[in-house]
Design a protein around this ligand. Structure first.
Ligand code: SF4
Length: 398
């Protein structure tokens, strides 16, 4: 089994020595042919005899055109291209907590694609993890990485182009979070504030993770992306493009531009680029074809302020950010009724988010690290933002 630094930080065989930073964009041909066209920009001759792990975004149970999961034809084209180049290929994912991996593969159309090709689909949560140290980490100093990852020589990150209510966007860099083992993914959302740093810990933690877990190739699927309340509750946004690049930061930056986002405004990309993990300044990236911006189609951002109104719930919001608002909104949409099982029926349930609260009613549900000073008032759920599934668990534990 490989060591994490040997796997991720050794010279990238897909990137010839001295090569500049390049990203290929392909559109108008359908997902399979777009992927093949984008991959023609990469010299795959070096993969002969190597084992390649394709890591799509299939962390949720969703249909191919929902904008939630990677298009199966993009994965199919990647399997075919790497195999034709002489590689041994498998597809692996570790889903979000509570999702059954075979069910997610099936819903995304990958079970059929893989069966037709005799390609292995790996539920990466079945085996144990390998603890990987992050010597340059600021918010986190180690991660638990699914052991399967280390059976391969190359990792290809194949995300869907999505806005993300907590991290701005989720693309090839953040998609590597799906290599983290089981619940350890959640821990990145539960971090305490970083001393002398106002950055959100989750953003710093993703940059920390990518200090080691950087894919050898980013294949960004913009067949149908997601705008608004991504990664799971936004609107599907057809774009009809696929991007390929051996610098995942550069591929993400180009994808951002197509989505109408400046990558320098996405904290985890900016932090990683500032540390030298990749390039996000567009003038430093050679993008082909020259008229690639013809595919640009701005995605709606996650809303700045959400109206959160539910009967018998009083939300006390002081200077919160959209990440806590959207987490709370989605939590209440899904679990509001269950919440009443744990609170007395006299009067509304008070829920606080954001910073600077004073005089909260006794018994208030305080959500997110910003409310930590008020935790004595009721039930405190840590996280920045807190994780929806954790809220009910903490409430149930009293
Ligand atoms: S409001 Fe929530 S997500 Fe925003 S900084 Fe505070 S705890 Fe983090």
């Amino acid at each position: 089994m490989k060591d994490a630094r040997d796997l991720f930080l050794a010279a990238n065989p897909l990137r010839p020595p001295g090569a500049g930073t390049a990203v290929a964009v392909a559109g108008g041909l359908g997902p399979y042919e777009n992927t093949r066209a984008a991959l023609r920009s990469i010299d795959l001759s070096q993969v002969r005899g190597r084992r390649v792990l394709l890591k799509p975004n299939v962390g949720r149970v969703a249909a191919p055109d929902s904008g939630v999961v990677t298009n199966p034809q993009v994965v199919a084209a990647a399997i075919d291209a790497f195999r034709e180049a002489g590689a041994e290929v498998a597809v692996g994912e570790s889903p979000i907590v509570g999702v059954n991996m075979p069910e997610a593969f099936e819903a995304a159309g990958l079970t059929a694609i893989a069966a037709r090709r005799g390609c292995r689909l790996i539920d990466m949560d079945r085996r144990r993890f390998t603890e990987v140290a992050l010597p340059d980490g600021r918010a986190i100093h180690h991660v638990r990485v699914c052991q399967d990852v280390f059976d391969f020589d190359l990792v290809v990150s194949i995300p869907v182009m999505k806005m993300h209510m907590h991290t701005g966007v989720t693309l090839a860099i953040k998609n590597m979070k799906g290599c983290l083992w089981r619940r350890s993914k959640v821990e990145l959302h539960m971090l305490p504030p970083i001393k002398d740093d106002t950055a959100k810990p989750i953003d710093v933690a993703i940059a920390d993770m990518s200090s080691v877990l950087r894919p050898h190739l980013a294949l960004v699927d913009g067949t149908v992306g997601m705008e608004g309340l991504g990664p799971g509750a936004g609107r599907a946004r057809p774009l009809g493009v696929v991007l390929a690049g051996t610098d995942a930061y550069a591929a993400d930056a180009v994808a951002c531009r197509l989505m109408g986002v400046d990558a320098r405004q996405i904290p985890h990309l900016r932090f990683g680029a500032e540390r030298g993990y990749g390039v996000i300044e567009l003038p430093r990236i050679e993008v082909a074809p020259g008229d690639w911006l013809r595919w640009a189609a701005p995605f709606a951002a996650p809303p700045e302020n959400l109206t959160i109104e539910f009967p018998n719930i009083t939300v006390l919001d002081r200077n919160s950010c959209s990440a806590c608002q959207s987490t709370l909104l989605l939590f209440l949409q899904k679990h509001r009724e269950k919440l009443f099982d744990y609170f007395s029926s006299d009067g509304p349930i008070h829920i606080a988010i954001g910073k600077g609260h004073a005089d909260l009613p006794a018994g208030t549900l305080c959500l997110g690290n910003c409310t930590i000073n008020q935790r004595g008032k009721g039930i405190f759920v840590p996280g920045c933002p807190p994780v929806g599934s954790q809220i009910l668990r903490v409430v149930a534990e009293g």
